[in-house]
Ligand binder design. Structure first.
Ligand code: ATP
Ligand code: MG
Length: 254
């Protein structure tokens, strides 16, 4: 079996991409899956959340773009069964350094060879809030995209993201699918939230997940404790929501 590769994408900042990448990965591990999280964001938020304190990385995602085998950059995380390819602040420099290199969009896809994919059930990729070369690399390497949508920003920027996804599909990665839309920081008690949900359902139909992620302060606190939500607050509404999300996606993926 080869891993399914999923990109968590939305160029809007602060919509819950990293929180979702980290806690969905952890939820999938709790459901018995083998998971690799790849941190493609130069902010390295997922890396800081998940790398064991004091862990010295030899290689990071940046090295992959200069020819290091991806296998060599895989590190253990704070959670057994969850591995991570860490990011690094200097990663953003590849945008200019590789600007004139042929095949630059396909570097991550090539790095994710069968040898890597056979070790995992899922590869989850956290992405930066941008639509530049790093994000294009992620879309080229992915089988599916999950788009977290923040209740407050709703569809801002989503049509631009959809345009880029269809360009990537047409030119570079024909198999790419939008697998799911996830509402984050969602308060179903408000009328505004209900309206947004209906609107998104009209546009995306079945891609909209049944599971929504509520606003839950524990989700915001867990990273600074170097924990996933399941270790930090296993009884929280956030933990329940991310476990529901993991199970719903496993159900969809069969
Ligand atoms: N469901 C939630 N409830 C409360 N706070 C949340 C929730 N999800 C995320 N947050 C907090 O909101 C902020 C933004 O979330 P996060 O970092 O996951 O977004 P992001 O899309 O990865 O941002 P960026 O685009 O900068 O990478 C963080 O401080 C995070 O802890
Ligand atoms: Mg992030």
């Amino acid at each position: 079996m080869k891993a399914k590769t999923i990109s968590i994408s939305n160029q809007k900042g602060g919509v819950g991409k990293t929180t979702t990448a980290v806690n969905l990965s952890a939820g999938l591990v709790l459901a018995g899956k083998r998971v690799l999280l790849i941190d493609m964001d130069p902010q390295a938020n997922a890396t800081i959340n998940l790398l064991p304190q004091g862990y010295q990385t030899k290689f990071t995602i940046k090295d992959i773009f200069y020819g290091t085998e991806l296998n060599k950059a895989i590190c253990p995380s704070i959670m057994k069964g969850l591995d991570i390819v860490p990011s690094i602040l200097g990663f953003a420099a590849i945008e200019s350094e590789l600007a004139s290199k042929i095949g630059r969009e396909l570097k991550l896809k090539k790095a994710l060879n069968d040898q890597v994919k056979q070790q995992y059930d899922f590869i989850i990729i956290d992405t930066p809030p941008s639509l530049d070369m790093i994000s294009i690399n992620t879309l080229c390497a992915a089988d599916e995209v999950i788009i977290p949508i923040h209740e407050f920003y709703a569809l801002e920027g989503v049509s631009q993201l959809m345009k880029v996804i269809s360009q990537v599909k047409e030119d570079l990665n024909p198999g790419l699918k939008i697998s799911a839309i996830l509402l984050t920081m969602y308060d179903e008690r408000t009328n505004l939230a209900k309206e947004i949900k209906e609107k998104i359902q009209e546009i995306f139909g079945d891609a909209l997940l049944n599971t929504t992620i509520p606003r839950n302060i524990k989700l915001a606190e867990a990273p600074s404790h170097n924990q996933t939500i399941f270790d930090y607050a296993s009884d929280s509404t956030g933990a329940k929501a991310y476990m529901d999300l993991s199970n719903e996606l496993i159900g969809r993926w069969g």
